[in-house]
Design a binder for this molecule. Structure first.
Ligand code: ADP
Ligand code: ZN
Ligand code: ZN
Length: 733
């Protein structure tokens, strides 16, 4: 039955369920139709869900008599404006993800609930008191002095949450400052922080060229890749371009990876721009995130800085997008709605007609390829802003060398030499825990996870076993369950073991370990970093948590213990990630006046890609890696989508994927590779397999995926598996 034009429109809504397409409902009320982008409450099956109106339709596939009415309209004004809704609908199509789930991902959690607490949250802050007679804190009350300086840095109140993130435990020193009459608590009007205008440093020549170029490109859509070695002053270049956008009264969206969005970066923004700044990262509460989102939507935030999901912040006055560390893997969501925030940002900039700057010391191969093809302008900062030289990178061949807690003798000698000179040393190993496996010396048994095809990792000095894939956690056995031997040995090394070995070798040196286990407590990372900055800590051991953003003047030696994993992996991007990590970590050394050096332990000193990295740097590596990718037809020369399936039994994923493969008409432009078991065939008790769809042209990939989107759910094997589509997968694990 076809509805007449004069009848009220049908609301097509997106419901947060794993089903493609919209669902039709009748509007309620007799005023104007509920606007597109509004949240409405609907009955869906037996549930009541928050849905978003995505279209007004005049006819429906559902018979009019069977259409239900929505139950309530939740907002006075649409939560998603036309631009954001358009972007999200594009992203749902591009990533072949159900639109309702995609939309739900974009909304702050607090706004996804059926009932919304409309009262804005209270935001505590502090401001300097105008008290003439107040006493300054004692000279040795370091924390009080630091806090006071931060609060006095701007005439605006400073958010308590910012101080907490920057300094760790702040309760007692803040109370002390308040008792002295130096500061006073205030209620902030919202979740935004207000910065203060600061002076920009005089730019170096390369920086000036980059800024001039960026400004000359104008205010329309222009993608730019800013490639600058670590410490070359990219942030300063972004800032000067941002100043122009802000001066024109427009908003800036600044994306940073989780570990790059440091309190130092926020502090730099806060002391540079007389602007309202909204910060969106995982440490903020749901309420705070919702408040920043609302403030951005109202146009009150001038700068929004955030991690991956901030790309979906509503910004009515958007004028510029910056994506810092654009190569970072955390921009790709790894479950559910698997979007890539850099690529969505690119689309958003294009759609809005605003410039976008992607910055990195080690650009993704895709971005370098785009620059080569002249799709992106390519600006380079080949030197450090401070004039410091880049450190040489050399290898230590550890074949047939004994290792002490993962460290070779030559590595220990380098550490000793730099410590003796009064400098700082950083040891990098991308594996937390004590050792990656526990093995029986007599029969070769290796402690397995009961639910995953992976060995358990030793923790707590060897006392406990943990699975890094499913979270299993148990005491280490006293004897081998297979042969009864008590000769159990820890194989390999993780951060805990390396730190322990260094402690026994250098008992008088203060050592700090940086990994997810040791830094679990809020504020701990910041206080540990402060001890490194002050020079109290001389030796740092850590995971990639150490790779970015930190700037220590006395750090002259960096050791990398495990590059080999990146050379021989089932994942075609592993070598790229290894090269990025090595280059980033190396960038930590010799940033001050002292020259630095970097040592890599490897069993494969002749590996061609490692060789290229050492002889020609990241650019040389990237050229070699791109050649390999072209020969293999891999991204950016080929286009991939991964169909994943998993189930409690081994057979169903394979059967389902075979049925899926049979629905694709393969030709010279499109192929199905697989199905094959995933590199880790069983995880958390589920058997996993995948099928790779490969297209020589992107234009060929999407029609095939559209077809899958229509037919997969109806395949006979679909009910026995959990499946998902991953477009442009970052890894094949
Ligand atoms: P990147 O983001 O490229 O790693 P940063 O912008 O963090 O580099 O700059 C590295 C260091 O150099 C910082 O300490 C910064 O304050 C300093 N710096 C950047 N630009 C200049 C400049 N023009 N003059 C002096 N110091 C600078
Ligand atoms: Zn045994
Ligand atoms: Zn497990």
């Amino acid at each position: 039955m076809i509805e007449g034009r004069e009848s009220p429109p049908i609301l097509r809504v997106a419901v947060p369920v794993p089903l493609y397409g919209g669902f039709d409902y009748l509007d309620i009320g007799d005023a104007a139709p509920t606007p597109v982008g509004s949240r409405v409450l609907v009955r869906f099956g037996r549930r009541r869900l928050v849905a978003i109106v995505i279209e007004h339709a005049h006819e429906s596939d559902v018979a009019a008599a069977r259409l239900r009415a929505i139950e309530a309209v939740l907002d006075d004004a649409p939560v998603l404006d036309e631009e954001l809704l358009g972007l999200l609908r594009w992203a749902a199509r591009y990533y072949h993800h159900p639109v309702g789930e995609a939309l739900a991902t974009a909304l702050p959690v607090a706004l996804r609930r059926t009932r919304m607490d409309q009262t804005p949250n209270r935001h505590r802050g502090w401001q300097a008191a105008a008290n003439e007679s107040a006493n300054e804190p004692a000279a040795n009350a370091t924390r009080q002095h630091e806090l006071l300086a931060a609060i006095r840095a701007t005439p605006h109140p400073t958010a308590h949450s910012h101080l907490l993130a920057r300094f760790g435990s702040v309760q007692a020193p803040l109370k002390a400052l308040e008792r002295r009459g130096l500061i006073e608590p205030v209620d902030l009007p919202g979740a935004l922080e207000h910065g203060v205008a600061g002076t920009a440093p005089a730019l170096g020549d390369d920086q000036q060229v980059a800024v001039d170029h960026l400004c000359a490109l104008g205010d329309a859509f222009h993608p730019v890749l800013l490639e600058g070695v670590t410490g070359s002053g990219k942030t300063e270049v972004y800032f000067q371009r941002m100043a122009r956008t802000l001066a024109a009264g427009r908003q800036v969206l600044f994306l940073a990876p989780e570990i790059g969005l440091t309190p130092q970066l926020i502090e730099r923004l806060r002391t540079r721009f007389d602007a309202a700044i909204g910060v969106l990262h995982s440490q903020r509460s749901e309420g705070e995130r919702a408040d920043v989102w609302r403030a951005a939507r109202a146009g009150d935030a001038d700068i929004v800085i955030g991690t991956r999901s901030a790309v979906f912040t509503p910004l009515p006055r958007l004028g510029l997008i910056v994506v810092d560390e654009e190569h970072d893997g955390s921009y790709k969501q790894q479950d559910g709605f698997r979007y890539h925030a850099r690529d969505v940002a690119m689309r958003r900039a294009q759609q809005r007609g605003v410039p976008i700057v992607l910055g990195s010391a080690t650009p993704a191969l895709e971005s370098l390829h785009n620059a080569e093809q002249k799709r992106f302008a390519h600006l380079q900062l080949p030197r450090r802003a401070t004039g410091a030289a880049m450190p040489p990178i050399r290898v230590i061949d550890i074949r047939s060398r004994p290792l002490l807690g993962g460290l070779s003798d030559p590595m220990l000698a380098h550490v000793e030499r730099h410590l003796a000179a009064g400098n700082q040393v950083m040891i990098f190993i991308n594996r937390r825990g004590y050792a990656p496996a526990l093995s029986c010396h007599d029969c070769g048994w290796i402690a397995p996870c009961a639910r995953c095809d992976a060995p358990l990792t030793l923790h707590s000095g060897g006392a406990r076993l943990q699975c890094h894939h499913c979270g299993a956690n148990e005491p280490a056995p006293p004897a081998c369950p297979s042969c009864g031997s008590k000769q159990l040995v820890a194989l390999g090394a993780g951060t805990e073991r390396v730190a322990g070995a260094l402690r026994s070798r250098f008992p008088d040196v203060r050592i700090a370990r940086f990994d997810r286990d040791s830094m679990a407590r809020k504020g701990r990372l910041e206080s540990q970093l402060a001890d490194v900055a002050s020079g109290a800590t001389q030796l740092l051991v850590g995971t990639q948590m150490l790779a970015k953003g930190h700037d220590f003047a006395r750090l002259t030696c960096v050791g990398v213990l495990d590059v080999d994993g990146g050379l021989f992996s089932a994942d075609f991007r592993a070598a790229e990630h290894m090269a990025q990590l090595v280059t980033q970590v190396a960038g930590r050394a010799g940033r001050g006046d002292l020259a630095g050096e970097v040592w890599l332990q490897t069993r494969n000193p002749e590996h061609p890609l490692l060789h290229r990295l050492l002889s020609d740097g990241y650019d040389g590596f990237a050229r070699a890696a791109l050649t390999e990718r072209r020969e293999a037809g891999l991204p950016p020369y080929g286009h991939l989508a991964l169909l994943r399936a998993e189930a409690h039994d081994m057979q169903p994923p394979q059967a389902f994927l075979e049925q899926a493969a049979a629905t694709i008409n393969v030709d010279e432009h499109i192929a199905c590779w697989g199905p094959v078991p995933a590199p880790m065939p069983r995880r958390a008790g589920r058997y996993r397999a995948h099928l790779l769809l490969h297209a020589t042209r992107r234009a060929r990939l999407h029609p095939a995926l559209d077809h899958w989107q229509r037919v997969l759910a109806d395949l006979p094997g679909a009910r026995r598996v959990r499946w998902s589509i991953d477009v442009d997968p970052q890894d094949l694990l």
